[in-house]
Each structure stands twice: as structure tokens, then as C-alpha cells.
Design a protein around this ligand. Structure first.
Ligand code: MEV
Length: 326
């Protein structure tokens, strides 16, 4: 039996980085997804093929084997293998599986690509083994897998990818879904600069150790922004949400995770009439987002493109992980 699963990427509307230090954050699932198919094998090996990475290989207890680019394949496929292995452990059987991954979420630009791949992998492999894996388990196994590979992520990416929609998330406490009464239109601007989330999280940690009295206040202020942004979303008050996003960007600049390219795209989006604009995700490159009413979306997307970014218009939020049998 071949099982397929898909899971969405995300944009953080408010609260990135502060969420690592247990402040609340707001995140929305987007209609760019990772797709994974899984089929049991007759032995206990794990074969993984990723069309996006253009890499494949077979993991056994003893070794990793690939026909081409073996060391690159071993390193880049390892996160997927960890997710597969942790899921197979749930079944308490000595199983092997073939896994095919295809993601339309560009990697390393803050849109939650690795979490979406991990979540879809756990869901597909879990169902292929014949055990019932709840969303709670999918989320927690994917989070454990992400931890092995990415250090100490807050869990926000795996949560939104599992549950979809728009959620207010707090590390160690979980999340609440946010009902929004207004259709949200977001333009994503991609600086096309890839970066490592782990490095940026470490940078903030370091700054916090050096200047705890200042950085803790900024982190706490970002938490307040998220609380107020959740309220603005609930009320459908987009101009207030936009103001809060602008404040959030300023605070992210202060903790040193923005850069010239992000600041330029944020500025042109505001000039073109965005209600608010900020970097999204870890920063240091990657993407920014702009909030708008749908009438202005194309104009803002054009301004972002003219300033050198790749733009994409997202309307509304996307559903979470789902599986089906081929
Ligand atoms: C990454 O999408 C968001 C960060 O806050 C890191 C995390 O929450 O794990 C930068």
C-alpha cells in the first residue's frame, strides 16, 4: 500500500525569536506544501529520494549508501531519515520503507520547509505501517526529529504544519486556533538569500547573554505585540495588525536579525500601501511579509519584485497535514 501525505509551510505573522524564549507568537499556514509518499519494503532498510534536493540513498542499521554524491546525500537526507526512524519506532516492528519527498516550499528562507517535510514524512510513514498516529503524535514526533537536526526549535513550525489555519503558539504550553473574520491577504517577498535558522537563534541567545537587561525587554515587548496582534486578528482589525507588524519588525531589527535586503523590501511594501510589513521566520535573509487588503496586493507584489525580491500573494490560511492512499 502506498500512502501519501502533504503538509503546509508557514509564515510567522508576529513573535519569531521571542517564541524561543517562551513568548507567544502568531503563525499562519500557507498554500505551499510538502508531499511525501511511503511504502513498506520487504527488508528493514530505509530508502529516501528527494526530487527537490535531487538526492537519494538507502539507510540501513550499518551504513548509508548512495549511487551519487554520497556524503552530500547522507547529510541532507539525514533529517528525513530521523523522522522516518522515529516513526517506525512507534510501530514496535522491525520495518523498512521507501520514502519519496517533493516539496514546493523553498528551503532555508523562513517558510517552514523542513518542518513541513518532517510532518508529512511522519504522517505518511505512520499510516503506511498500519498504526493509528494522531495529529498530536505526528506533531511531537516531527518536533523530536527537528530537534535532533536543528538544535532547540520552539516547535512553532511543526505545530502549524500539523494543524494548519492561524494559531497563537506558546512554547511548552501549546496553541490556540485563531478564528479570523476577515480574509487575510499576505504578500511574501523573498530576498533569495538562504540562511541557517540555528545560526540566527544562536546569535539572539548570544546577544541576550551579553545584554540581558536590554534583550529580555525587547523579547518581552515582542510577546506583547503578539498578544495584541491576536486580539486585532480576532476583531478583524487589519490596520491595527499592520501597525503591530511594523513595530515587530523594528524590534527584530534591534535584536540583529534583519538585514539590508529585508529592510529594503519592507520599506517598498509600506510605500506601496501595505498596512504593515516585517521580516518573517529567522531573518538574516529569507523572506519578509506585507499585510494588505486584497485590492492592493498586486501593486505591493510588483513593488517587491522591482526592488529585487521574488513575490508571492497568499490569500487566507491553508489546512494542516493530511494523508490518503494512492
Ligand atoms: C523559525 O521559523 C522561527 C524561530 O523563532 C525559531 C523557532 O521558533 O524555533 C526563529
Amino acid at each position: 500500500m502506498k500512502v501519501l501525505a502533504s503538509a503546509p509551510g508557514k509564515v510567522i505573522l508576529c513573535g519569531e525569536h521571542a517564541v524561543v524564549f517562551s513568548e507567544p507568537a502568531i503563525v499562519m499556514a500557507i498554500n505551499k506544501r510538502a508531499f511525501v509518499s511511503a511504502e513498506l519494503r520487504s527488508d528493514n532498510a530505509v530508502y529516501i529520494s528527494s526530487t527537490d534536493l535531487n538526492l537519494s540513498g538507502c539507510f540501513t542499521e550499518e551504513a548509508f549508501k548512495s549511487e551519487v554524491k554520497e556524503s552530500e546525500a547522507a547529510a541532507k537526507l539525514r533529517p528525513i531519515w530521523v523522522a522516518v526512524k522515529k516513526t517506525l519506532e512507534l510501530s514496535n516492528k522491525n520495518l523498512g520503507v521507501n520514502v519519496f519527498v517533493h516539496s514546493v516550499i523553498p528551503p532555508s528562507i523562513g517558510l517552514g520547509s523542513s518542518a513541513a517535510v518532517a510532518v508529512a514524512t511522519v504522517a505518511a510513514v505512520g499510516r503506511a505501517t498500519g498504526i493509528r498516529v494522531s495529529k498530536k503524535e505526528i506533531c511531537s514526533v516531527a518536533h523530536e526529529a527537528e530537534k535532533v537536526v536543528h538544535g532547540q526549535p520552539s516547535g512553532i513550525d511543526t505545530s502549524i504544519s500539523t494543524y494548519g489555519g492561524v494559531i497563537a503558539f506558546r512554547r511548552d504550553e501549546g496553541f490556540v486556533p485563531l478564528k479570523t473574520h476577515t480574509r487575510i491577504s499576505i504578500i511574501i517577498g523573498n530576498t533569495k538569500i538562504e540562511r541557517s535558522t540555528g545560526d540566527l537563534v544562536r546569535h539572539v541567545r548570544k546577544l541576550r547573554e551579553l545584554y540581558p537587561n536590554v534583550i529580555n525587554l525587547l523579547i518581552h515587548a515582542i510577546g506583547h505585540v503578539s498578544v495584541m496582534a491576536a486580539e486585532a486578528l480576532r476583531k478583524g482589525n487589519l490596520s491595527q495588525l499592520g501597525n503591530l507588524m511594523n513595530i515587530n519588525h523594528g524590534l527584530l531589527v534591534a535584536i540583529g536579525v534583519s538585514n539590508e535586503n529585508l529592510d529594503r523590501l519592507v520599506a517598498v511594501a509600506r510605500e506601496a500601501g501595505a498596512l504593515g510589513a516585517k521580516l518573517t521566520g529567522a531573518g538574516g535573509g529569507g523572506c519578509m511579509i506585507a499585510l494588505t487588503t486584497s485590492g492592493k496586493a498586486k501593486l505591493i507584489a510588483k513593488a517587491i519584485s522591482e526592488a529585487g525580491g521574488d513575490s508571492m500573494i497568499i490569500r487566507g490560511s491553508a489546512g494542516g497535514v493530511r494523508t490518503w492512499v494512492a
